[in-house]
Design a protein around this ligand. Sequence first.
Ligand SMILES: Nc1ncnc2c1ncn2[C@@H]1O[C@H](COP(=O)(O)OP(=O)(O)OP(=O)(O)O)[C@@H](O)[C@H]1O
Ligand SMILES: [Mg+2]
Length: 203
Amino acid sequence: MERGIFITFEGTDGSGKTTQIEILKTVLEKMGYNCIFTREPGGTLLGEELRKIILSKDFGNMLPETEAMLYAACRAQHVEEVIRPALKQGKVVLCDRYIDSSVAYQKYGRKLGSMVEKINEFAIHGTMPDKTFLLMLDPNKSKDRIVRELDRLESEPYEYHDRVYKGYEKIAEENPDRVVRIDGEKSIECIAEIIIEEVRKII
Ligand SMILES: Nc1ncnc2c1ncn2[C@@H]1O[C@H](COP(=O)(O)OP(=O)(O)OP(=O)(O)O)[C@@H](O)[C@H]1O
Ligand SMILES: [Mg+2]
């Protein structure tokens, strides 16, 4: 069975994920690859509805456990409906946030522990990225880059975002083969070059 390539982009808010996915997609399409660009939370009709709930400031009292399960629910739908079918068709799947976001934001940020990995394993049934680009940018600096209104999670205090940042560092240390950690302060062009270089190795 033909198997595509699954690439995820991770990092703090405003670290440059979407910018880099768009560049990579353009480059890969010029090279003749069939790519899809999708995002989490969201990516499906049901998932986009859940995204609104997850990010809405109307739910300031949302429990960390509820939050973690909503993200996982969204992901289960996304993997089954979008990611796995595209991979089966041999496509390159570029995904803006995936399981590492739950580990960084819910396990470490919300201090929910290893249950986060368990519910996510249940959601993804083994569909893990071939490569993950992790853009690391100090939470203070990344916030300055966001010009739109901050969502429910982005509005959390510095200490929370610092735990998320450190969580991402841990994820990179624990997954050296999969996760490519990139300094988000480098220029857009420089980061794009690093990413393309890495993608060439696996494509
Ligand atoms: N390497 C960079 N250096 C300076 N500015 C950058 C860099 N990468 C992206 N930016 C700018 O920072 C802003 C946020 O970038 P982008 O939307 O790609 O980040 P993101 O990680 O997708 O953020 P979000 O969490 O909001 O989805 C944009 O205005 C973008 O042009
Ligand atoms: Mg983005």
